[in-house]
Design a protein around this ligand. Structure first.
Ligand code: CP
Length: 305
């Protein structure tokens, strides 16, 4: 049995397989429509979500299975030991997807579970997003190996999963991240990525985007902190520091790179409105692709392909 927490226990061929299957499923959506008949997915949310919740729920429906939404606050997860709750839950469902505040709790879930556990985005990683992102680049650029992705923003969970997956499959990734979000720190992941020679980091944003195949940004403030009054001072500090790194017309002048963002978007902060709507923007396709790639992840973990 395999979990999908990050890419540490996955190899490059398995990542490529997930990306290619995601593209195939998108082209032939009915091929697997009964593959998960009688199967149930528990979807645990300790943080807010639009795409992760919708894509997993629709994916289960379209594969013939069933998804159960479980809000952290209105279940006993809020009161009880995470391991105990998962020991029970994994006797009633076939797979668990969890969006948690802390990776440590997700690891506890994985070790207590009898069924595969999927990371729906914690403080360190967002591997489901990375598969949809790679799928989107492959659809538009034909291949992944040798392509160059530039990530501009705060070094966070999304950034980690992009560094990890890109360097494993032979893509170049350059990050322009003046701020590192402390909980996302993973020195082991960065060390491994550096050894491939494919990962670079710089603050020279203009040079970084020159030969990019795709330019990617994300929110400067993680969802669980966005409206937190205790984070307001840090939020203002980040806006001041990050504003020169906004993806906008001036930065992207003369570039044909794909414009990417995992959403939700904060127009006028990490990206300008014109860039979201520009002909090179693949942001909404990228978001749509969460559905197709969630199907590939579920089918692989439940050993249906
Ligand atoms: N990109 C992403 O994970 O979207 P949600 O936060 O809406 O799930």
């Amino acid at each position: 049995m395999k979990h999908f927490i990050n890419f540490k226990n996955w190899n490059p061929d398995e990542i490529t397989f997930l990306v290619d299957k995601s593209i195939e499923i998108k082209k032939e959506p009915t091929k697997y429509q009964t593959a998960l008949n009688g199967k149930s997915l528990a979807m645990i949310f300790q943080k807010t979500s639009t795409r992760t919740r919708v894509s997993f729920e629709v994916a289960m429906t379209q594969l013939g299975g069933h998804a159960i939404y479980m809000d952290w606050i209105t279940t006993q997860l809020k009161l009880a030991d995470v391991g105990d709750e998962i020991k029970y839950l994994s006797r009633n469902v076939d797979c668990i997807m969890a969006r948690l505040k802390r990776n440590a709790d997700l690891m506890k879930m994985a070790s207590a579970s009898r069924v595969p556990v999927i990371n729906g985005c914690d403080d360190k990683y967002h591997p489901c997003q990375a598969i949809a992102d790679l799928m989107t680049i492959k659809e538009h650029k034909g291949k992944l190996k040798g392509r160059k992705l530039v990530y501009i923003g705060v070094h966070n969970n999304v950034c980690n999963s992009l560094i990890e997956s890109c360097t494993m499959i032979g893509m170049q990734i350059t990050t322009v991240t003046p701020i590192i979000h402390e909980p996302a720190k993973d020195p082991e992941l960065l060390e491994k990525a550096k050894k491939t020679g494919l990962y670079k980091t710089t603050l020279d944003v203009k040079s970084a985007v020159q030969d990019a195949d795709a330019v990617y940004t994300d929110t400067w403030i993680d969802m669980e902190l966005f409206l937190d009054p205790k984070f307001q001072k840090e939020k203002e500090k980040r806006i001041n520091l990050m504003t020169p790194y906004q993806i906008n017309n001036e930065l992207m002048k003369g570039s044909e790179a794909l414009i990417m963002h995992d959403m939700p978007i904060h127009r006028g902060y990490e990206i300008s409105g014109e860039m979201v709507e520009s002909p090179n923007s693949v942001i909404y396709v990228q978001a749509e692709n969460r559905l197709h790639s969630e199907k590939a992840i579920l089918l692989r973990l439940l050993e249906k392909m």
